[in-house]
Design a protein around this ligand. Structure first.
Ligand SMILES: [Zn+2]
Length: 261
């Protein structure tokens, strides 16, 4: 899927909406689609995109639906998939593959490598990749993590309402929490979504001051465990894009390590 998508993207004149469609013999229609993001209709060769969702999400969906079309056009890959999976599992695998394809179309390896070369494996690199590829920070997060050689944990953090206590209908408390996180290959940990960032942590300071913070600090695991890490926190609007460069020893993991989820 990645090869298919990469080959497709390589032949496009650009990565704007019009250019993205130019490799496909299909028309593009935007319309309200309820809670669906989009669809590809191979019979009528139409890509449908929900016009009511955020533009960056529409963009990822477009690349996802193009991946569906690419997959349907590859008989070998399709028959391999049908041999290996069936029913609901097959549907899930296809959806996952089309997300892989979408990421490969919108974030070519060369772009990710350029961001890593210019900014290092940092929160800043994550922000720049999301901006350049015009995708959500969460989409950029996984693609960047995958191509990062050093042991690094990336996270997108934002202020969110805390989970309600039992008996409480809706929590009134808000806090800076992890929205999404991903580690580079070999990093076994991840920060669970909803993990609260302590108020004195550089990530919280970056959000308060609107200034990027780069310093030795720690990964604030939900369990309370603090793993030493070099932190780069890049504030952007109401969120902070973060990299935790794990120290050589911590990166290997010990018996008390918090497993990834
Ligand atoms: Zn799909």
């Amino acid at each position: 899927m990645r090869e298919l998508a990469t080959a497709y993207a390589r032949n496009l004149p650009g990565l704007d909406t019009h250019s993205l469609m130019s490799g496909l013999d299909a028309t593009l229609t935007f319309m309200p689609m309820g809670d669906r993001d989009g669809a590809y209709d191979p019979e009528h060769r139409v890509v449908l995109i929900n016009s009511r969702v955020r533009p960056e999400r529409q963009r990822f969906t477009l690349a996802h639906e193009i991946s569906h079309a690419l997959l349907l056009g590859d008989d070998d890959l399709l028959s391999d998939l049908h041999d290996a999976y069936e029913g609901e599992r097959l549907e899930q695998v296809i959806e996952t593959l089309c997300n892989v394809g979408a990421a490969a179309i919108l974030m070519p390896d060369a772009l990710i490598d350029e961001m890593l070369a210019r900014f290092g494996p940092s929160g800043r690199a994550l922000a720049e990749l999301a901006r350049r590829a015009d995708v959500s920070a969460s989409s950029a997060l996984y693609a960047l993590a995958e191509r990062t050689a050093a042991p690094v944990l990336y996270a997108v953090c934002a202020v969110a309402r805390l989970e309600a206590e039992p008996g409480e209908e809706r929590s009134s408390e808000k806090a800076l929490t992890v929205r999404a996180s991903a580690g580079s290959p070999g990093v076994k940990y991840s920060l669970r979504a909803g993990t609260v960032i302590p108020e004195d942590h550089p990530v919280a300071v970056a959000l308060d001051t609107r200034l990027p913070m780069t310093q030795e600090s720690y990964v604030p695991f939900r369990s309370g465990r603090r793993m030493p890490a070099y932190v780069d926190a890049f504030p952007e609007r109401q969120r902070v894009l973060v990299s935790f460069a794990l120290m050589p020893r911590a990166a290997k993991g010990g018996e008390n390590s918090e497993p990834g989820v």
